[in-house]
Design a protein around this ligand. Structure first.
Ligand SMILES: *[C@@H]1O[C@H](CO)[C@@H](O)[C@H](O)[C@H]1NC(C)=O
Ligand SMILES: *[C@@H]1O[C@H](CO)[C@@H](O)[C@H](O)[C@H]1NC(C)=O
Ligand SMILES: CC(=O)N[C@H]1CO[C@H](CO)[C@@H](O)[C@@H]1O
Length: 337
């Protein structure tokens, strides 16, 4: 099995803890276009403390570059002094919750816009060489603004890439969880009733999706109609869209010059029996259902171990079910209690 650990990162913040684990699938050779991160600001339940996490699943020849730029941009943005102050003021103000929620969503919208622009700007200075799994190495031809295969000079690829995004922002003191979704990377929230209710049947799991699995899918009729109405070179295909030579199952993405970056937002207030938040690329949620993912994670005390085991579980199931065609698979696991 050609899965491989790419990175583990974990952070501790009072009782809220998160970690990310990612594995390369077998389908695209030794290349992982998924990225994930967990970032926190301040400790414990100090006013203004929050946890931010995300998963990005890149596509195209430079999909990994797009996903990495997304992580770097989002993390750097939230570390800027001006943004830190603004987030702090937003979370600490005693105004009504609706206004605060609106302001946090505005912040998320801005970081998405910023990240999109940063990835688009990178089209002007693409890396000189790129590795694209089984298709091998490519070199950038500046004159023609395209990539040419190092081993097959006739294999030319245009510059076209992007990434899905699922961002989760948890305002700890106000127990408010925000998600922003672009594409088919998803978030799930749930937990075990036994943790809070001694009479609750052990093994009773509650779980809900915090994103819409088909909101940005080329199978979604409303989305197909929206895509057709936009003035862009996107064409519809069976259960997919076609942008130049590329066939995509998703209709929105970050950093893709022809796709919408209008995210789906959701705001929830986690209940006592909802202790686990899972963010995953489609490598996770195409294979493991929401309830099973939550059931699996509550068995662990350490989010890093939960994320790793969940990814291993998903890749092993995929290997059996999809005859060794295993996608890049990334999970962020956050324990909220
Ligand atoms: C949200 O949390 C902040 C920081 O602890 C607090 O000052 C504020 O009153 C809370 N807002 C509400 C509506 O509870
Ligand atoms: C289809 O897409 C629209 C627009 O993105 C969304 O509001 C709707 O919920 C989606 N339908 C399903 C079944 O996900
Ligand atoms: C390298 C790799 O496996 N990339 C794939 C990750 O998953 C997305 C979609 O699920 C593909 O578009 C990437 O090519």
């Amino acid at each position: 099995m050609a899965w491989r650990l790419l990175w583990v990162l974990s952070c501790h913040q009072g009782m809220v803890r998160g970690a990310v684990f990612s594995a390369v699938g077998t389908r695209y050779g030794d290349l992982n276009q998924d990225r994930g991160f967990v970032f926190d600001e301040m400790v414990g339940s100090e006013p203004g403390a929050y946890l931010l996490a995300g998963v990005f699943d890149g596509h195209g020849l430079l999909g990994d570059h797009a996903a990495q730029l997304a992580v770097d941009t989002v993390v750097a943005w939230f570390q800027e002094d001006g943004i830190r102050r603004r987030v702090h003021e937003t979370l600490c103000q005693r105004t009504d919750a609706a206004l605060r929620e609106q302001q946090v969503q505005l912040i998320l919208r801005e970081v998405i816009q910023q990240t999109h622009e940063r990835i688009l700007a990178s089209y002007d200075t693409p890396p000189h060489s790129a590795f694209y799994g089984p298709s091998g190495h490519f070199h950038f031809d500046e004159a023609r603004h395209q990539y040419v295969s190092a081993s097959e000079p006739d294999d030319k690829r245009p510059l076209e890439f992007g990434t899905t995004a699922i961002l989760a922002f948890y305002d700890i003191a106000n127990n408010t969880l925000y998600t922003a979704q672009l594409g088919d990377s998803l978030a799930a929230l749930g937990g075990s009733a036994a943790e809070t209710d001694p009479d609750g049947a052990k093994g009773t799991i509650s779980a809900r999706m915090l994103s819409l699995p088909h909101a940005h899918s080329a199978r979604n009729k409303t989305e197909r109609e929206r895509v057709m109405q936009e003035r862009n070179p996107v064409r519809l295909a069976l259960h997919a869209i076609r942008v130049g030579p590329h066939v995509l199952r998703i209709t929105r993405a970050l950093g893709h010059k022809h796709l919408s970056i209008e995210p789906e937002f959701l705001v929830v207030h986690p209940q006592k029996n909802e202790q686990v938040l899972v963010l995953g690329s489609d490598g996770v949620f195409d294979i493991i259902g929401v309830e099973d993912a939550v059931r699996f994670c509550v068995e662990f005390d350490d989010p890093a171990q939960a994320a790793e085991e969940l990814v291993i579980q998903a890749t092993e199931l995929a290997r059996v079910e999809a005859e060794d065609s295993v996608d890049n698979t990334t999970a962020v696991v956050i324990f909220l209690d």
